[in-house]
Design a protein. Structure first.
Length: 435
C-alpha cells in the first residue's frame, strides 16, 4: 500500500493489529463453541475472552517469535499464550492454520467490499446528479473517435451510471460468495473438531460455513472477487478516458476542476491537464493486474498448499485499497466536473450538418430511392463538406437526384437537432427508474 493512494478507512482493515484482532476473535469464538460442546472447560473459554478481547497485540513480539518459528500462526498463538496464561492450552484445539488465515482473509475481504460498495454509491450519486443536470445538453456522439450523431451529455453520464450499477450488483454478489468460514481442521475432514464449531464461528463473524474446505477455502471464490474488482476498475478507466478525451484542447467539452493555486506544468504556466483522470487510468491498471494471480491461485496441490498465500498478502490490501481510492477520486471528479455546453454546440456544428446524414439516407429511401442510390447521393454531397468545401444542406438542395425525391422543406426538416433526443426520457426511465 502506498500512502499517496490510500484512505485510512480501507488501510485499517489490513493493518497487523486488525489482523491479529480477527485471529483472536476466531480462536475465542471457537473456544466458546468447544466449551458448549464440553470439549474444553467453560471457565477456560471465559478466561480467553477476558484476557484477550481488549489486548493490544505486540506486533514486534509476534514478528520476533516468527523469526524463530518461521510460522506466523504459531508465533501469534505463542504471544497469545503470554497474554492469556495457562488456559491458552485450550486455544486452537482441533484447528489448523488455514482455519484462522482463510476465515480472517474472508472477514477482511467482506469488510473491504462494504467500503467499496459505499464508494460506488458515491459515484452513482454524483453521476445521477450531473446526468439530470445535463439531460438535454446536446453534444456529439463519436464512433472510432469521429463525429457520428448527436447525443446529450446527460446520456453519456447515464451510460456510466448504468455500468456502475451493474458493477455494484456484481460486487454485492462477490461479497456474498467470499463471505465463508472454514473451521474444519487438517485436510478439512472435521476429524479433530466438531462441525458445530465452524457453524458457531461463522455466525459470530458474519460469515457462512464453507460446505467443503479441503483445509483451505476454495480459491475460485477469491478469483471471482478480484475479477469483480477488475471489472469495476475497468469501468473507472472507461469513464476516466472519456473525460480525458473531452478535455483535449481541440475538444474541450468538459474539464477537470482546476483549483486556485493549482499548477499544471513545471515549465508551461498555461497548462490545465487531466491529471486526475490520467491517475485513475493508472490505478485501474494496477487493480486489474491482480486478476491474473487470483485466477492462478485457484490451482492448488491436493488438499492444500500455500502457493496462493504470498500473492494474497499483496493483492488483498493493494487491490482493495487502490480501488477504494480510485472510486472516491472518481466521485469527486464527477461532482466538480466543468462542463462547456457552448463548446459542445460548436463541435456539433463543425461538420456543417453532416451529423444528419443518416436522416437524409432514410428520408430518400422512404420516398422511393434504393438504399444504394440514396447512400451514393448523400455521400457525394457529404465528402466536399468533410473537406471544408461548402454547406451540406445547401449542396443537397442543389443535387438534381436528391431533388427528385425531397423538396427543400423536406431536406431542411432532416436537420432538426431535437429529433435525435425524442427518446432521452425513455432511456432515463430505464436507467434511473420512473422517479
Amino acid at each position: 500500500m502506498i500512502p499517496r493512494y490510500t484512505r485510512p478507512e480501507m488501510a485499517s482493515i489490513w493493518e497487523a493489529q486488525t489482523r491479529f484482532k480477527i485471529w483472536f476473535e476466531i480462536e475465542a469464538h471457537a473456544a466458546d463453541a468447544l466449551a458448549e460442546l464440553g470439549t474444553i472447560p467453560k471457565e477456560a473459554a471465559k478466561t480467553i475472552w477476558a484476557k484477550g478481547k481488549d489486548a493490544v497485540f505486540d506486533v514486534a513480539r509476534i514478528d520476533e517469535i516468527e523469526r524463530e518459528t518461521k510460522h506466523d500462526v504459531i508465533a501469534f498463538l505463542t504471544h497469545l499464550a503470554e497474554i492469556v496464561g495457562p488456559e491458552a492450552r485450550f486455544v486452537h484445539q482441533g484447528m489448523t492454520s488455514s482455519d484462522v488465515l482463510d476465515t480472517c482473509l474472508n472477514v477482511q475481504l467482506t469488510r473491504a467490499a462494504d467500503l467499496l460498495i459505499a464508494d460506488i454509491d458515491k459515484v452513482l450519486a454524483a453521476l445521477k446528479k450531473r446526468a439530470f443536470e445535463h439531460k438535454m445538453t446536446p453534444t456529439i456522439g463519436r464512433s472510432h473517435g469521429i463525429h457520428a450523431e448527436p447525443v446529450t451529455f446527460g446520456l453519456k453520464l447515464a451510460y456510466a451510471y448504468a455500468e456502475f450499477s451493474r458493477g455494484r450488483e456484481r460486487l454485492v454478489a462477490a461479497r456474498k460468495e467470499v463471505a465463508t468460514c472454514a473451521i474444519s481442521g487438517a485436510v478439512g475432514t472435521f476429524a479433530q473438531i466438531d462441525p458445530r464449531v465452524e457453524e458457531h464461528v461463522a455466525k459470530a463473524m458474519g460469515l457462512a460455513p464453507e460446505p467443503v474446505s479441503t483445509q483451505v477455502i476454495p480459491r475460485d471464490r477469491h478469483a471471482m472477487y478480484f475479477a469483480t474488482l477488475g471489472v469495476v476498475a475497468a469501468s473507472v478507466e472507461r469513464l476516466a478516458v472519456e473525460i480525458r478525451h473531452l478535455q483535449r484542447t481541440e475538444v474541450l467539452e468538459a474539464e477537470e476542476f482546476f483549483s486556485e493555486g493549482q499548477k499544471g506544468s513545471s515549465a508551461m504556466p498555461h497548462k490545465r491537464n487531466p491529471v486526475l483522470s490520467e491517475n485513475l487510468s493508472g490505478l485501474s491498471r494496477m487493480v486489474r493486474a491482480y486478476v491474473t494471480p487470483a485466477l492462478e491461485n485457484v490451482v492448488l496441490w491436493h488438499e492444500r498448499d500455500i502457493s496462493h498465500s504470498s500473492a494474497e498478502r499483496m493483492m488483498g490490501p493493494d487491490a482493495t485499497v487502490t480501488l477504494d481510492f480510485a472510486l472516491i477520486r472518481l466521485a469527486g471528479l464527477i461532482e466538480k466536473l466543468l462542463v462547456y455546453p457552448q463548446n459542445m454546440q460548436k463541435n456539433l456544428d463543425r461538420l456543417g450538418g453532416l451529423v444528419h446524414s443518416q436522416r437524409l439516407l432514410i428520408a430518400l429511401t422512404q420516398k422511393g430511392a434504393s438504399r444504394e442510390d440514396a447512400y451514393k447521393y448523400v455521400q457525394r454531397n457529404a465528402m466536399p463538406v468533410w473537406r471544408g468545401e461548402g454547406d451540406f444542406q445547401t449542396l443537397l438542395k442543389k443535387d438534381a437526384d436528391v431533388k427528385k425525391y425531397l423538396s427543400d422543406a423536406e431536406i431542411a426538416e432532416q436537420f432538426d437537432l431535437g429529433y435525435h433526443f425524442k427518446h432521452v426520457d425513455t432511456i432515463f426511465r430505464r436507467v434511473f427508474g420512473e422517479a
